[in-house]
Design a binder for this molecule. Structure first.
Ligand code: ATP
Length: 793
């Protein structure tokens, strides 16, 4: 601890002093948080301190609490784990430990604490805040500090960030690190798949999650697992072995050459008796399967953060600093979360309480409650998993007269989750007794060759991790020959169409909906699943394949940055895809810490380039010894006709007067990715099922009432219209609503009618994108954290 003299000097300074610590189990993305808190804090004129080794550092003080400089966190985005360390600390659980921690904070003049960790760490932080006034009193009464010294520290601002691989925190859709851990898991299971298939083996794969089955469930979906065990939905103690055996054998009989079972660390039966990987193995061995167990263990925590976690950690870190600065002491400590794609503040204590109630519900065998306490995405994903994996026994087939012929077509450039989405559509359809027909090679394939192929179980079953498009994709639009398309729709008697693709899929849907007047055969429900790396489809904030693209680009940019930092004095201008949409460029700039980004939305000017070069020079000036980082500029492919990637590269070289060199790098089609990312696989499953449900619900053959989520909220007249029992050809009034784009906002999935979207003025037809820029906060945060605003000051 510092001497009292230095405390007094600190007290006189009016600057806000924020400390950041990481605590509990490490998770990828914690470094992004620390970087963002340090830089956003400095940007807002605060002093920022890093507390090393979690509550250990807070309790011991001394050199475990260090003031952080802007350049101390340079390059941290691409590094795994947490560089300020984490630990578990018993002392802080006791008041005596918290008293030492309080003394250490006041000694350093710190009045605000940002904690990134799991529910334990956040509970501790909130307890610290409620204890704070009495801790101050005790420090004075025991003579450790004087009244005057503690006077400026009447209250402690606490802000929580959820860093956890389990994704188990209530009031936030996602936690920092969960998708990185899932990414590691699916990568490992993909490797295991190859050997399992070669030897026709069964693998039991144990993943982390003591009280939470999120990783196991999402891994099960992403790897086409035959069976999963999660604590929230335990199987019956009396028959889980039979059930497991039946499902695995049935899948084998259908043609599976391998068996994959994912077991959460905390898996139990409904009597709360643990189900271990070894228990599962015994069942599979009894079936005669050559079975191995793989415990993935700490591999799951390893490695660099995926794109999503870098984004989440960065935006939430900035928000945490804002929350500290806006804390007036009247509202409860906030926890920064993300709901429906928006960064939000929620009461920390309430979120922790709700989280703990899941474990309590499981302990009390109230599994329905445990499930209901998880977010709605969890329950939906679980149901989708069951529907696409377990109902292949025929038990959920609809009566003959309600079964449909569903068509699927891939439109536009390939992206990595097209096959995964088609697989889930197929498996869902088969379970219901529908038939799924693939229109091959897009509308061109249909027009030229009448290329339609019915998909069967064994065609699609292994498509969960297969990039590209097995059925083929093509950019051509239906308007090329609407009559021929109508002919084939009649020939195959399609009851619904799912289009999967980017802006071309959107345009195709629009054309088909317009053609309904001329060709009544198109009066069938039609739905477009957005799938494009550019993420430019109107009506949605997410498109399948865009996350895989970001992960590919992150790897690419990390490698380029490393090369740039090793060669010293070199900058790369990286050209990324995106058409006229700057989403990719803005996102990748944020998560790689690019010096500058050039997008079609923001005009490039000489003034901007000059400012960016000044920032680059400033950044080079501060490179020294081991503290160096590669420098990159990101330019969207269509950002400007004049300022091409080559020209910007040349201007930089010219302006540097020999002080540094510049190079161009173009990842090109690598951005489409090889294997789909975990986030894309999970969403492919959700969107595939949703699209089929949409078609079922709009089809008059099925006696459904329309669900609210299928309606445009902004049009109350249409909101409660039913197609219940109406002959399909006569649903003309409702037809606007039966041609929709799947609209994804964060974890929420809805539908937007293509006609309503066109009316809304949101569609930029000239530049083939949505006019809505939902990522402007990425640009703002990157301007702040790249140092642009800092240097200007
Ligand atoms: P993980 O998700 O990895 O479990 P966590 O933050 O929940 O992360 P914990 O081990 O529960 O991990 O907590 C981390 C540290 O937070 C503990 O070692 C302890 O120092 C502090 N802590 C946890 N719970 C409390 C509490 N009730 N009171 C005071 N401090 C606590």
């Amino acid at each position: 601890p510092s001497s009292e003299g230095s405390v007094a000097s600190l007290i006189t300074s009016g600057k806000k002093k924020i400390a950041i610590m990481t605590s509990g189990g490490d998770s990828a993305g914690m470094n992004a948080v620390v970087r963002a808190v340090v830089r956003a804090g400095i940007h807002y004129d605060c002093d920022v301190f890093g507390i090393y080794d979690g509550y250990n550092g807070l309790v011991s003080g001394g050199n475990m609490i260090k003031k952080m400089d802007w350049y101390d966190v340079r390059g941290w985005l691409s590094l795994g784990g947490t560089l300020i360390g984490t630990a578990r600390n018993k002392e802080f659980r006791e008041r005596s430990g918290r008293l030492k921690a309080a003394y250490n904070l006041v000694s350093n003049g710190i009045d605000s604490l940002v904690v990134c960790g799991g529910d334990g760490s956040l509970t501790g932080a909130d307890l610290f805040r409620s204890d704070w006034p009495s801790l101050m009193e005790e420090l004075v009464s025991t003579g450790k500090l004087t009244e005057m010294q503690v006077a400026p520290y009447k209250r402690l601002s606490i802000v929580g960030l959820v860093g956890s691989i389990d994704n188990d925190m209530a009031m936030t859709d996602r936690t920092i690190g969960a998708f990185s851990a899932l990414e590691r898991i699916i990568e490992m299971v993909d490797y295991i798949d190859a050997t399992a298939t070669s030897h026709s083996r069964a693998f039991v794969i144990e993943v982390m999650g003591r009280h939470c089955g999120w990783l196991a469930l999402m891994a099960g979906i992403s790897t086409g697992a035959d069976y999963i065990f999660i604590p929230e939905r335990p199987d019956d103690a009396t028959n889980w072995k039979d059930k497991l055996s039946k499902v695995c054998m049935r899948h084998r009989e259908k043609g599976h050459r391998k068996t994959t079972v994912i077991v959460a660390e905390g898996a139990i039966d409904n009597e709360n008796k643990p189900i271990t990987s070894e228990d599962v193995k015994k069942v599979l061995v009894d079936l005669g399967l050559d079975t191995r167990v793989t415990q993935l263990g700490h591999v799951q925590r390893g490695g660099t953060a995926c794109a999503y976690d870098r984004m989440l950690g960065t935006l939430q870190g900035v928000e945490a600093v804002k929350a500290v600065l806006e804390d007036d002491g009247k509202s409860p400590s906030p926890m920064i979360g993300i709901l429906e794609g928006k960064i939000v503040r929620k009461p920390l204590l309430e979120a922790v309480k709700l989280t703990k109630s899941v474990a309590a519900a499981i302990a009390a065998k109230d599994f329905d409650k445990a499930m209901s306490l998880r977010d709605s995405e969890f329950a939906e994903c679980y149901n989708n998993y069951i529907e696409t994996t377990m109902y292949d026994d025929g038990s959920h087939k609809l009566p003959e007269d309600q079964r449909l012929n569903i068509a699927v077509v891939h439109v536009g450039a390939p992206t990595s989750a097209l096959n995964a989405a088609t697989r889930s559509m197929a498996l869902y359809s088969f379970a219901k007794g529908h038939r799924l027909f693939a229109i091959q090679n897009g509308f061109a394939g249909l027009i030229r060759h009448g290329a339609v192929r019915e998909l069967h179980y064994n065609d699609v079953n292994s498509w969960y991790n297969l990039g590209g498009s097995v059925i083929g994709t093509n950019r051509s639009l239906p308007s090329q020959d609407m009559g021929t398309i109508a002919y084939y729709f009649q020939k195959y008697n399609f009851d619904g169409l799912v289009l999967v693709g980017g802006y071309e899929a959107f345009t195709s849907l629009q054309e088909l909906q317009e053609a309904r007047k001329q060709y009544p055969i198109f009066n069938i429900p039609m739905v477009a699943i957005p799938a494009t790396v550019s993420n430019n489809v109107p009506g949605t904030e997410y498109s399948l394949g865009s996350d895989t693209c970001m992960n590919e680009l992150v790897k690419y940019c990390d490698a380029i940055k490393q090369s740039a930092s090793a060669s010293r004095k070199r900058v790369f201008v990286i050209e990324v895809q995106g058409g006229y949409c700057g989403y990719i460029a803005s996102y990748i700039s944020l998560i790689t810490g690019a010096i500058a980004s050039y997008t079609p939305e923001e005009k490039i000017s000489l003034k901007k380039i000059r400012e960016d070069i000044s920032l680059l020079e400033e950044s080079f000036k501060n490179d020294g010894g081991e503290n160096r980082s590669g420098k990159i500029f990101i330019r969207n492919e269509k950002a400007s006709k004049i300022f091409t990637t080559e020209l910007i590269t040349d201007i930089i070289a010219e302006q540097s007067h020999g002080k540094f060199g510049s190079r161009t790098a173009i990842p090109g089609h690598v951005q489409q990715g090889n294997y789909p990312s975990s986030l894309d696989r999970v969403n492919a499953n959700r969107l595939g099922v949703k699209a089929c449900e949409f078609i079922e619900k709009w089809n008059s053959k099925i006696d459904w009432k329309l669900n609210d989520s299928f309606h445009d909220e902004s049009d109350p007249k249409l909101r409660f219209r039913y197609v219940n029992g109406v002959k399909f050809e006569t649903v003309k009034d409702s037809s606007e609503l039966s041609a929709c784009v799947v609209s994804i906002q964060g974890s929420h999935i809805g539908f937007r009618s293509v006609v309503e979207l066109m009316r809304s003025g949101e569609v930029d037809e000239k530049f083939r994108k949505s006019k809505k820029i939902f990522w402007s906060n990425y640009t703002e945060a990157n301007d702040m954290l790249s140092g642009k605003l800092y240097v200007k000051k």
